[in-house]
Design a protein. Sequence first.
Length: 153
Amino acid sequence: METAPQFFRHGPGPFARLFVFALLSCLLIVGDTRFKYFPQLRQAIGVVIFPLQKIAYIPANIYDQMEEFIASFNLLEENIKLRQIYLENREQLLKLASLEAENIHLRNLLGAVQHIETKTRTKAVLAKILYTPRDPFNHKIILNKGSQHHIQL
């Protein structure tokens, strides 16, 4: 018996094959979901396919590991930058705390000056001490304010 040449054999077209296999797939999925026909078969297939899945995921795992490795370098650089910023901010914070303490001290002095003015009805002026002599028996000081600022003894 002779068979027809390959050129003259006609089978179902590609869309018909797609429809048949899609219908078969849907029937298998519904049958497995509702009636639990294939759990042992699915487990056996899973055991056989698992090493192949591991091999297939190797490039993605290598890519993820390289990405983490590169990210760790970026984190180290960022950590160094943040540490530098932290030290600069810490220095500024210490200066700020010192200035706040000085500000509180000056406000207390200003409060004392206002307290003196209300008691004695005289005007108090804050002056900076420029010089104190080294002689322990001489009790004189040099101030930055004087008669030009309307200061009297």
